[in-house]
Ligand binder design. Structure first.
Ligand code: SF4
Ligand code: SF4
Length: 397
């Protein structure tokens, strides 16, 4: 068993920048202390490292509570030894559990769908651009564009298929049109970015998706890839380059913040509303991107918006529970922990008197809207994507 535990640690050291730091753990416990679901895990990060050092390999693989890890990067941000805990240690353990077949059924389905259809929802790849059909404004396919565009818009899985998040996609398209930006989407050529699958331990599937996206993206001419989804932004900026795939990328909040001077004169509607902002893990802590100010600057530019902060913000933000495969593990997480982290966030937003919880990640609109209902707060708090609020400020109709 000692050999297997050592081999596991060697693999983390080989596969991840700074992975060798795993051996420098101080056993300070900061990682497990800050972990939102550490209380319900048999092996939160510091205990897992202690067990690996003691070569307790078998008990580690008998337990499946590592699937409670929602890859929120809070432990990685807190670790004084600089250990890649989220993308190295925890994702590495998940890949061992996958090999053993110790995987919750919900996640198996999402991974199977991704392998088969290129998206975790099991939707037809041919219908990836179906949301554009009845839309009043043109959303061109890159394949039909003549010549280069400013923006290749990587729409993403949920913004393409989920009915609630399709509304955000329509807002994004409106914003590109309002700013006179030339843009195109990949449509059926687009595959899942693979970030959540990668952090759920499915490295091979991630590499396959990355290769397919690279092939589609790199045949077109554009200035920048803009993503709706922070998970895609994280994958393209921090993970694809390890596979030799590189292109300029921005999250939409970065792209729009750079064009605030052009956007602001378009605002015609005074909103008169108290808004708080939820920092998504994958714009903040993941990859140490630390994109905290651009979304806030966009919100503060909207006439009549009073931005109030929640106690957990920026590096200290609370995870919505959807990352690293968590989006497909809600039943498992509830069974094991009896908590929903999205509900904590709703209570926190209400505690600062917010009327709107503003978000910038496609996982969050449906997750937080469900949490508003499950906490009995319907009518007290709206969940709106920043793109939707910007469009409303331009044209309330
Ligand atoms: S990434 Fe987040 S959920 Fe996973 S172990 Fe670290 S703190 Fe816990
Ligand atoms: S925070 Fe880092 S150093 Fe401290 S126990 Fe966790 S892994 Fe070890």
């Amino acid at each position: 068993m000692e050999q297997l535990a050592t081999r596991f640690m060697d693999r983390i050291a080989d596969e991840h920048p700074d992975g060798d730091r795993l051996r420098r753990c101080l056993q300070c416990g900061s990682c497990s202390g800050i972990c939102p679901l550490g209380f319900a895990m048999e092996y939160p990060p510091h205990r897992l490292i202690a067990a690996l050092r003691a070569a307790d390999w078998d008990p580690i693989l008998q337990d499946d509570s590592a699937w409670l890890c929602v890859s929120c990067f809070a432990c990685t941000e807190a670790c004084p030894a600089g250990i890649p805990l989220t993308e190295g240690l925890m994702a590495g353990l998940k890949s061992e559990l996958l090999l053993k077949g110790k995987v919750p059924g919900e996640l198996q389905t999402a991974l199977g769908n991704t392998r088969r259809y290129g998206n975790p929802l099991g939707e037809s790849p041919r219908k990836r651009a179906a949301w554009t059909k009845d839309f009043t404004l043109p959303v061109p396919l890159m394949a039909k564009q003549q010549g280069p565009v400013e923006v290749l818009w990587y729409v993403g899985d949920y913004p393409s298929y989920h009915p609630r998040v399709q509304q955000v996609s329509r807002s994004m398209a409106r914003l590109f049109h309002s700013l006179n930006v030339s843009f195109g989407i990949l449509g059926p050529e687009e595959q899942s970015d693979g970030d959540a699958q990668n952090l759920a331990g499915e490295r091979g599937l991630f590499q396959l998706l990355a290769a397919k996206n690279a092939k589609a993206i790199q045949k077109y001419l554009f200035d920048v890839v803009v993503t709706t989804d922070p998970h895609a932004y994280n994958a393209f900026r921090h993970e694809y380059p390890h596979l030799g795939i590189e292109f300029p990328v921005q999250h939409y909040t970065q792209f729009l913040q750079e064009r605030l001077a052009q956007l602001q004169p378009l605002f015609r509607h005074e909103m008169d509303v108290r808004v708080t902002y939820h920092d998504p893990c994958y714009l903040g802590r993941a990859g140490k991107s630390h994109v905290y100010e651009q979304p806030r600057q966009l919100l503060q530019a909207i006439p009549g918006v009073e931005l109030v902060e929640m106690p957990h913000q920026r590096q200290n933000s609370l995870c919505c529970g959807g990352g690293g495969g968590g989006m497909w593990l809600d039943g498992f997480a509830w069974e094991k922990s009896q908590v929903r982290s999205s509900e904590w966030r709703i209570e926190e937003a209400l505690s600062v008197g917010a009327e709107i919880l503003a978000v910038a990640c496609p996982y969050e609109t449906p997750r937080f809207e469900d949490a508003v209902k499950s906490t009995g707060n319907e009518g007290r708090l709206q969940v709106r994507d920043i793109a939707e609020l910007l469009v409303e400020a331009i044209n309330p109709d």
